[in-house]
Design a protein around this ligand. Sequence first.
Ligand code: G1P
Length: 296
Amino acid sequence: MKKVKKAIIPAAGLGTRFLPATKAMPKEMLPIIDKPTIQYIVEEAVESGIEDIIIVTGKGKRAIEDHFDHAFELEMNLAEKGKIRLLEEVRRSSGVDIHYIRQKEPRGLGHAVWCARRFIGDEPFAVLLGDDIVQSEVPCLKQLIQEYETTGASVIGVQPVPDHETQRYGIIDPKAKQGRLYQVRNFVEKPQPGQAPSNMAIMGRYVLTPDIFRILDLQEEGAGGEIQLTDAIQKLNELEQVYAYHFQGVRYDVGEKLGFILTTLDFALRHQELRGPLLQAMEEFLEKSTLPKVIG
Ligand code: G1P
């Protein structure tokens, strides 16, 4: 069985939920504390054994390429000042082999993945979406790769969501379950409210066999007029078994404002230097009888 060594990170989205912040800066560069969200994703891929990453970018995404490049002046400056810990942090973002390709029109996630087909070739590969950050003992993607290695089949990461949120996700219709692994009858992209076959949602981590590309070659537009990866996965599931795996770990939704704020708060509360002062500030804040005025 071929090993999973390559990963695709789609990052061509327009970031409309974070405008105007994302007018001139890619949403993938928005930081959680002091690290851009896309760096968490790259680090998870590397910790899962991925050797080559391709980032599918769009217009105005040059900052991502710069971020993962060597920053000679900055590194020299930090070295001269003896700021070794910061220097190591900065170097961490330039130590992997990252390739870039442009998605010329925003035609959806399925199309973004298809754009990387020549880079992947005839190998199984991973897809990691930047809107989902997962914190877990064993990296989320590694858990899926381990399942791929025992089943030899595509494996999609899922976690439960509240019923009223199912319309925001790709949802599975489970057929059978063994431990945390599901056989799936159907993968449905963004079901209408009340029509979801379960509350197990696709959470932005996929291990796929290259057969998906033959399907994506012909895939038509689905939900939202976009070429949906979920629709192609369902077709693949009709040809060969595609599993869903309920991965372990906490998943953070950094693709929308409230999720982004909650993630920042949660990470700050786990941060050695920030935890104390933040808790104190929050306490003082809550003690005040008047809340700040609503803005925006
Ligand atoms: C995408 C996928 C969807 C998945 C979600 C996870 O949707 O199409 O199946 O559940 O990511 O974040 P998007 O959030 O890009 O609309």
